[in-house]
Design a protein around this ligand. Structure first.
Ligand SMILES: [Zn+2]
Length: 137
């Protein structure tokens, strides 16, 4: 409950004065009550009120990936020379998140052979290791 950001009641909802901190507060309330938020999940408000932080209105749902995430990364890979690499942050350290990233990127990077290596800080190193021949079209 650390902060003294004032909250107001709105019907059944509890709203926070500073809307930009709503998500952080709602998430922290959830963690206080349930211990943790699983990877790739977000704490949303079931009442649909974006400013609501009431725990009884909070529920977990899977995070929605940006639809252009993998095509964008694939385009970046395509501009690399073979052997060059870059890091993508925030993928996660667990095997499931990494595999998910890997299959998403493999599907998007149809022109290039890529290698994806997970790193301890939750980022992954994406290396362009080759190009597919035009025969594969
Ligand atoms: Zn609510």
């Amino acid at each position: 409950m650390g902060e003294f950001s004032p909250t107001t009641r709105n019907g059944d909802c509890e709203e926070i004065a500073n809307p930009s901190t709503t998500y952080g507060r709602r998430r922290r309330n959830w963690i206080d009550a349930h211990g943790s938020v699983p990877a790739r999940q977000v704490v949303d408000a079931s009442c649909g009120n974006k400013h609501c932080i009431a725990l009884r209105h909070s529920y977990l749902r899977p995070r929605v990936e940006q639809p252009r995430k993998y095509p964008k990364i694939a385009e970046r890979v395509h501009r690399l020379k073979i052997g060059q690499h870059f890091d993508v942050r925030g993928v996660g350290t667990d095997e499931r998140s990494r595999n998910r990233f890997r299959s998403g990127l493999y599907a998007a990077a149809r022109l290039d052979k890529v290698s994806v290596r997970g790193q301890a800080d939750g980022s992954v190193c994406v290396t362009k290791v080759g190009e597919w021949s035009s025969l594969r079209v």
